[in-house]
Design a protein around this ligand. Structure first.
Ligand code: PDD
Length: 281
């Protein structure tokens, strides 16, 4: 793979960052994942806008290459001949060559910018999207600024491991009895044709796929209710699904051992996935 580090395109084995980088020592960094379908970037503008917001919220300065990021994404797609896959982008606060809780002086410390591609042939027609996913619920013990896309992914990672151990695929996070979101996706249920998903706040990531899917659903005259819901309500729903840049619209067929409907992907999730893939490419 050819990767991008601070202005340079390099073979991955030659790409390095400092051991003092605050992304490495303190998870002091933000990221974005943009999907590629047919060699085309999906929703890049939305990801760039959220990235800028994440940087602002953490008082991180924009890297010098910020305005070139679209070009960098395109160049990596070209250099690695990506047809279907993902591009990972990470910006950390960098380092002034030591470890300190206090932020380094932004006038003399440059952010670290890293991008790499992940080729995923068959992403749009994945086997998982045809069978759906099985979900467990776990307590949401993450910090209170989940609207910022930071690289603090230890708990979501542990959540996925707990799901795997339970013979499932993913976890939904529950706070005060209500589902916030999935480990790496936004969560939805469908009841009587109505799409229900949690309202935006600092409690969840403002998904770029969420925004697109809700827009397409509105255009298709589907009913949407933005409010929180419980696991019990989800288990009694007609269907459920998640959205993310890495899996688009992913049907959910089981929640904490309770099978939804006939245990296969529901019609609303299937339709939204089709519309999303049609309209986005
Ligand atoms: N995750 N919620 C969380 C906690 C996420 O990590 C993500 C994305 C989403 C969906 O956002 P979007 O539609 O903008 O991808 C919601 C990415 C894909 C990841 O960590 O790999």
């Amino acid at each position: 793979r050819t990767v991008y580090v601070n202005g340079d395109y390099l073979p991955e084995a030659e790409a390095t960052v400092s051991i003092f980088d605050r992304g490495f020592l303190m998870a002091d960094g933000v990221y974005e994942v943009t999907s590629v379908l047919g060699g085309k970037l999906i929703d890049f503008a939305g990801h760039a806008k959220r990235l800028e917001r994440s940087l602002n919220e953490l008082d991180m300065k924009k890297p010098a290459c910020f305005d070139d990021l679209l070009e960098v994404h395109r160049e990596l797609v070209r250099l690695n001949a990506i047809d279907e896959g993902l591009i990972y982008l990470q910006i950390t606060r960098g380092s002034d060559g030591d470890r300190d809780f206090v932020f380094p002086d932004p006038d003399t410390t440059e952010p670290t910018v890293v991008l790499f591609t992940q080729s995923k042939p068959g992403l749009a027609d994945s086997a998982q999207s045809r069978t759906g996913t099985k979900i467990i619920s776990i307590e949401d013990i993450r910090w209170g600024r989940r609207d910022i896309k930071t690289v603090q992914l230890l708990y979501p990672s542990m959540g996925k491991m707990m799901a795997k151990k339970a013979g499932c695929d993913d976890a939904w996070l529950v706070e005060d009895g209500h589902v916030t979101e999935g480990t790496s996706n936004n969560a939805y249920i469908v009841k009587g044709g109505k799409i229900i998903t949690r309202q935006l706040s600092n409690d969840i990531l403002h998904g770029i796929t969420r925004a697109a899917v809700l827009r397409f659903a509105r255009e298709a005259q589907m009913e949407i209710e933005e409010r929180s819901f419980t696991i019990e309500e989800a288990q009694a729903a007609d269907e459920a699904f998640t959205t993310s840049a890495s899996a688009f619209v992913m049907p959910v067929v089981e929640i904490d051992g309770v099978v939804l409907g006939d245990g296969t992907p529901g019609p609303v999730a299937k339709r939204l996935r089709e519309i999303y893939l049609d309209e986005s490419v």
